[in-house]
Ligand binder design. Structure first.
Ligand code: GCB
Length: 679
């Protein structure tokens, strides 16, 4: 009996130990790296999200490419389930060996999604979805040993992991910038399997956070492309007018590959100029040569064909040449003061479509801005697609480009800071040759704190190191303390009939925010006529009607002041209106077209009286989707501050701004000194 006991104890012990060892092997064993990564999906954010991406291959429009756009198979995975990720079954698109195999997923017989495209507007069930979706497609490729290949994503919102032929290629975090991975050694001769997981759930440490006043469309929102380049190729270049001398073109070229040291020629045939430089062992060479191009401007957006060639590679770009700087309180374009007749927009295509992903979407939006007589567009609140920046180059719009450091991001978190730097680097890296882009904006409405100020200084330093040729801006929050003081000491007495207690000018200082010092051109978001009346009424004996009326009637008194000798921009102002909703002006009816038009009239008069304000980009060109806007029957999850509806119907305020800009444009054209002073 004892013997049996001992034998069975030993057997049990050995079996237990063996199963422990097997489990340990399964988890910690000597798995190939890529399988391990797939299993270990909970590994720390810092470890995987900071994995080095290969720098962007610039200007893929000029390369040999294969489009991977089209219909992809899709699997919605709200639980980001372990089952799907374990052993990489989804990434490998594993197929059951026979009827006895349990695989709890299949791409087949399921849904599809179009790429490029957001998932929100392709499937009603995904309208508010924030989670993971797996995308899958196959493509054929024939080996070419003379080439290197990159998988290039215009954007994937927000966190994407890419698997080629079952191997993990890389991960990218950040929803609005392009990224690429080299896949030269991973492609198969014949059929290739490409699987991408895209997760649109944002955490508090992300940029942006989950709290945004826009529909943060998820998915493979921009094109996916396989790019082929020679073994040594022209990876990046910067070809722009010198900041200090508009008769010289300065910049650099960067080669990547086995033979980084080569002769590179940069030529502009139409100007009959060219230069030849030899790159160093790091692949880089500076360029600097004389040229007198016709300057690019909104009135004449002249682009030149620029050819860059080395031994094995050749790239062609369309580049405009202009200068942009600040002098005192003026913004100087090509040596002359310019007033920015702007409008803000979101990158939403209109006519019920989601994200912009085609040239005709861009042309439609920019066409509306042209009708407004605008020369400037704020591409809020995140980097737009290359389709949009190239369209602006052609159409002659000055552009404000921005990263989504929006409201209260986790300023104390080094991870968030690194994410901000990366997004800046990726935005600037792609568009550093676009004449249209004059501002890199580092933030929108960020509440003041020491951590935030340090974060902003770091963002500005990052931009200056990457591209010293453009201006830095940021949209500054109307300081709540300053606003309250003004409302309390000026608006309230006026509303109560105690006019003598209210000052002639209602001054709102913006220099209490150190961000105004950090940037070249401080920009202010202000909503006189829209937001401030309700809190004022709530904190005082006056009604909202009286508060609103007092603000509207006295808006001409408002003055934005700063100690800084810098130009100011009003980056936002506006009011909501539902197209077709009418009410008499006297009713001050929110969401009526008449009220919105009235706010525009009063705002424009008030801003015109302030010479330090050198531009504005009212909020906003077109109504846009926003899950934050809950007023049913009116908003229905739309932010209605557009001058046009999503269907392109013009509200009354459209013509108010259009006519104002027509007058300003005529004044600029007249160049009469007296009129210039009024610009
Ligand atoms: C703002 C934000 C913008 C909003 C807008 C609004 O200040 O910068 O993202 O959409 O106000 O409509 O309230």
């Amino acid at each position: 009996m004892r013997k049996i006991f001992w034998i069975s104890s030993v057997v049990l012990f050995v079996a237990g130990a063996a199963s422990l060892a097997l489990t340990a092997y399964l988890w910690f064993g000597d798995w190939p790296e890529d399988v391990k990564e797939i299993i270990d999906f909970e590994r720390s954010v810092a470890e995987t999200e900071h994995a080095q991406l290969t720098p962007l291959v610039m200007n893929i429009g000029s390369r040999s490419t294969m489009s991977l756009d089209g219909t992809w198979k899709a699997l919605v995975d709200p639980n980001k389930s372990m089952l799907g990720r374990l052993f990489g079954v989804i990434a490998r698109n594993a197929q059951p060996e026979g009827p006895s195999e349990l695989l709890e997923f299949s791409f087949d017989n399921g849904q599809t999604l179009n790429v490029p495209g957001d998932w929100n507007t392709q499937d009603d069930r995904l309208y508010f979805y924030r989670g993971m979706v797996w995308y899958k497609r196959t493509f054929d490729y024939g080996f070419d040993f003379t080439k290197r290949s990159f998988l290039y994503f215009g954007a994937a919102n927000y966190d994407a992991s890419v698997y080629l032929n079952g191997k993990r290629v890389g991960r990218h975090v950040g929803g609005h910038t392009a990224f690429n991975f080299e896949v030269t050694g991973l492609l198969e001769d014949g059929e290739n399997l490409l699987v991408v997981s895209v997760d649109n759930e944002h955490a508090a440490h992300d940029i942006p956070t989950p709290m945004t006043d826009w529909q943060n469309y998820g998915g493979l929102t921009r094109s996916v492309t396989l790019v082929h380049v020679p073994r040594t190729f022209l990876r990046e270049y910067h070809v722009q007018l010198a900041k200090d001398d508009p008769k010289r073109i300065k910049g650099w070229v960067l080669l990547d590959g086995e033979y980084p040291s080569q002769k590179v020629k940069v030529s502009i045939p139409e100007l009959g100029v060219e230069t030849e430089v030899t790159t160093g062992s790091d692949g880089r060479a500076e360029i600097d040569f004389a040229a007198t191009p016709q300057l690019w401007s909104p009135e004449e957006p002249k682009l030149y064909r620029v050819e860059i060639t080395c031994n094995d590679d050749a790239v062609v770009d369309e580049i405009g040449f202009r200068t942009i700087e600040v002098s005192g309180t003026e913004i100087i374009l090509n040596g002359e003061s310019v007033f920015l007749r702007g409008i803000s927009m979101h990158e939403e295509a209109g006519l019920g479509r989601g994200r912009v992903n085609a040239k005709e979407h861009a042309d439609w939006l920019l066409g509306q801005a042209k009708e407004l007589n605008a020369n400037f567009i704020r591409y809020a609140h995140y980097p737009y697609s290359e389709v949009m920046t190239r369209a602006a180059d052609r159409a002659g719009f000055l552009v404000w480009a921005e990263i989504p450091v929006y409201w209260n991001v986790d300023f104390e978190n080094p991870y968030t800071q690194e994410l901000g730097r990366r997004q800046l680097g990726e935005m600037i890296g792609r568009d550093r040759n676009r004449a249209s882009v004059i501002f890199w904006s580092i933030a929108n409405e960020t509440p003041i704190s020491d951590a935030r100020n340090a974060f902003m200084q770091d963002m500005a330093d990052t931009v200056r190191a990457l591209d010293p040729t453009r201006l830095i801006s940021a949209a500054i929050l109307t300081g709540p303390e300053m606003l309250l003081t003004m409302l309390g000491s000026n608006v309230l007495p006026m509303a109560m009939g105690l006019d003598f207690l209210s000052a002639e000018e209602w001054v709102l200082r913006i220099d209490q925010d150190p961000l105004a010092e950090i940037v070249d051109v401080p920009a202010l978001n202000e909503y006189f006529g829209w937001y401030y009346s309700t809190p004022l009424a709530a904190m005082s004996p006056i009604s909202t009607y009286t508060a609103r009326k007092t603000v509207i009637e006295n808006m001409h008194r408002v003055r934005f002041k700063t100690v800084f000798e810098k130009p100011l921009i009003i980056s936002e102002m506006g009011a909501g209106a539902k197209y077709g909703k009418h009410a008499s002006e006297g009713e001050l009816a929110t969401f009526s077209e008449e009220y919105q038009a009235m706010v525009y009239r009063e705002q424009l008069a008030m801003l015109e009286a302030q010479p330090q304000i050198r531009g504005l980009s009212p909020w906003i060109l077109k109504d846009f989707r926003s899950p934050m806007r809950l007023y049913q029957g009116v908003q229905d999850y739309w932010n209605l501050k557009g001058l046009i509806s999503d269907q392109g119907e013009k509200k009354l305020a459209f013509s108010v701004l259009r006519d104002h800009y027509a007058i300003r444009a005529a004044r600029s054209a007249a160049k009469h000194p007296a009129e210039q002073a009024l610009q």
